[in-house]
Design a protein around this ligand. Structure first.
Ligand code: WQD
Length: 332
């Protein structure tokens, strides 16, 4: 199929581009390069042997999107483009609504204009808010505590209303838990700008010596070792989940929300130990106060993805750490 990946030059988009290209799809990466760089095109070609098509553009440029969808005769869109830092969204909510919600409406208007009505949306487990029960399944109530999560939930609801109004739309919202890791080549991986907010890239920079120590945000949670528990999922498993979602769309219309997680939770300290084992480097840490808004535990019930998409995560915590370290130490 001819697929357009908005935000396709980013962390999850680029890894998904690898999986889709190797599965025989033709991939067009549409990206404004605010959070990525054009060197990604060359790296993707080194991995897949095929140079991806790159189109520079912003999802809020509806006319440019319409022309791009028409020019490449796009069959389906995977929508990654958006801002994704919880803390930042509290400081600049308007930019988050403009990029994430307005940007999605612009994309949908362009898709409707050219008659492309198959969409996989990059959503987040953030839409569940504080877990009321575990593991979290797709029936878990939604409820958000920050503007970032609210933009994801708003977009899911817009997509739900659109699919209900017009049965020709085929929409899957993939709710990611905690994506980590890197492609086995070590050529692509997570490259947060500035000091990382997320645990794994922060640990990687402590192991490399770039950062002095990890602050563990709380060790008094009701968890086995007192530190936060999360469902870390290898980005290549996540990428393969997108390929399965695209395949599902060819035969099913309507709206679906599907968790992409492993179903296994690991604590912050378990991640620290796993990373030390994978890298052979110490990861010094200090216990710090809890981070506002953090939950104690959050991990997925991945059953629906297995039932509908015939997909399940298969890479281990050791794989996640080893691939992150290969990318970090290759200092790409
Ligand atoms: C994981 C655990 C922290 C950093 C967020 C978003 C989510 C998704 C993934 C976009 C927690 C602890 C972290 C550190 C720490 N992003 N931690 N020291 O908060 O589960 O999810 O990122 O889609 O939407 O909400 O991920 O990696 O920030 O934190 O102790 O320096 O690591 O307290 O328990 P989180 P995280």
């Amino acid at each position: 199929m001819e697929l357009l990946l908005t935000g396709g030059m980013g962390y999850i988009g680029s890894h998904t581009a690898v999986s889709l290209t190797l599965a025989g799809h033709r991939v067009v990466l549409y990206d404004n390069l605010v959070k990525s760089a054009e060197v990604m095109v060359e790296r993707l070609e080194r991995i897949t042997g095929i140079s991806p098509l790159f189109v520079s553009g912003d999802v809020r440029d509806t006319d440019h999107l319409t022309d791009t969808l028409r020019h490449y005769a796009i069959d389906a869109v995977i929508h990654f483009a958006g801002l994704k830092v919880v803390g930042e969204s509290l400081e600049i909510p308007l930019e988050y609504y403009a990029n994430n919600v307005q940007g999605t409406i612009s994309l949908l208007q362009a898709m409707r204009e050219v008659g492309t009505r198959s969409l996989v949306f990059s959503s987040s487990a953030n839409v569940y808010g504080e877990p009321r029960y575990l593991p979290v399944d797709e029936a878990h109530p939604t409820g958000v505590t920050n503007p970032y999560g609210r933009t994801k939930l708003h977009v899911e609801e817009i997509l739900f209303d659109l699919a209900r109004s017009d049965p020709s739309w085929r929409i899957i919202c993939l709710r990611y838990f905690n994506p980590v890791g890197a492609h086995e080549s070590g050529l692509i991986g997570e490259t947060p700008q500035g000091i990382p907010n997320n645990l794994m890239p922060y640990i990687a920079r402590v192991a490399s010596g770039e950062l002095a120590e990890l602050l563990v945000f709380g060790d008094d949670y009701p968890t086995p070792d007192g530190t936060g528990v999360r469902d870390f999922i290898h980005v290549m498993d996540l990428a393969e989940g997108h390929a399965s979602a695209v395949a599902y769309l060819t035969g099913h219309s309507g709206w679906q929300a599907i968790n992409l997680g492993t179903g296994q939770g690991y604590s912050v300290l378990e991640m620290v130990r796993a990373f030390e084992a994978a890298s052979g480097r110490p990861v010094p840490y200090r216990i710090a106060p809890r981070r506002p808004g953090d939950s104690a535990s959050c991990y997925a019930n991945p059953e629906k993805a297995l039932r509908l998409l015939d997909w399940s995560a298969r890479r281990s915590l050791a794989d996640m750490c080893a691939s992150t370290w290969a990318f970090q130490s290759g200092s790409h």
